[in-house]
Design a protein around this ligand. Sequence first.
Ligand SMILES: O[C@H]1[C@H](O)[C@@H](O)[C@H](O)[C@@H](O)[C@H]1O
Ligand SMILES: [Fe+2]
Ligand SMILES: [Fe+2]
Length: 301
Amino acid sequence: MATNNVNDKPLLGTEVKANNISDDNKEGFKVPQNNAFGQTFRDYNAHSDRKDIVEEFYRLNHINQSVDFVNQMREKYGKLDRTEMSIWECCELLNEFIDESDPDLDEPQIEHLLQTAEAIRKDYPNEDWMHLVGLIHDLGKVLLHPKFGELPQWAVVGDTYPVGCAFDESIIHHKYFKDNPDYNNPKYNTKNGIYKEGCGLNNVLMSWGHDDYMYMVAKENKTTLPSAALFIIRYHSFYPLHKCGAYKHLMNEEDEENLKWLHTFNKYDLYSKSKVRIDVEKVKPYYLSLIDKYFPAKLKW
Ligand SMILES: O[C@H]1[C@H](O)[C@@H](O)[C@H](O)[C@@H](O)[C@H]1O
Ligand SMILES: [Fe+2]
Ligand SMILES: [Fe+2]
């Protein structure tokens, strides 16, 4: 079983509730019907230029994400001995990457980070920690960079799911798991696998990618962000849970609480993907002030 560090940040106070949008947000974020290509969001069967790229991405992802692979990656990248840089420097590094797993967006990642953060800011002007989560939630995609060993896309992006127990049917393109080494392993292919019911997600090994990596970076560099923020960063790609309700039997009470915030966050992560460009220079000073509030000037990566 994975022995991850336990989140030791306090839960958010009861005065702030997920889904509690202030009344004076007439200028609030409007959920669009269609993505940047005029299609409904997360439609993995819609015929578009991206369909085949995305499907091939998941084929490779599902064949390769196994318990052994995840343990190796956690061990290797958990050392955080690759480089030192600020949060903003990392945002800039992401400018050159396009995410092959994403049916909704083919813009450089820095656009997506700012679109998400700005959309949250419209509806939750006082939750500055959530704005910052919007900005940093995908920074783990820096694993694609040559400085980080240039991991293949299937080891960095896409939806995530637990390994060490049966792969749930709700996972996109589930059929490709049949070539995963864990698929026929009786230790790993039952409902609970190596876990105990209610053990808490902190004890569950997730497929390796940008979520878990960024969680490690934030935590090990001693961010002062609240526990809900770390949870969002760590599980925002866990669509089988937060969209389909799979794997709930592995959650504990704290996970239930944090999941409410993840649901709120997801609306902005997903539906802010559009062709609306953000003026980076204009919003940069605000985000630099948030980074300064919640992170050290330089982080270990
Ligand atoms: O294609 C997307 C994208 O890579 C996101 O960053 C990730 O969080 C999603 O879960 C994934 O499906
Ligand atoms: Fe992501
Ligand atoms: Fe995202």
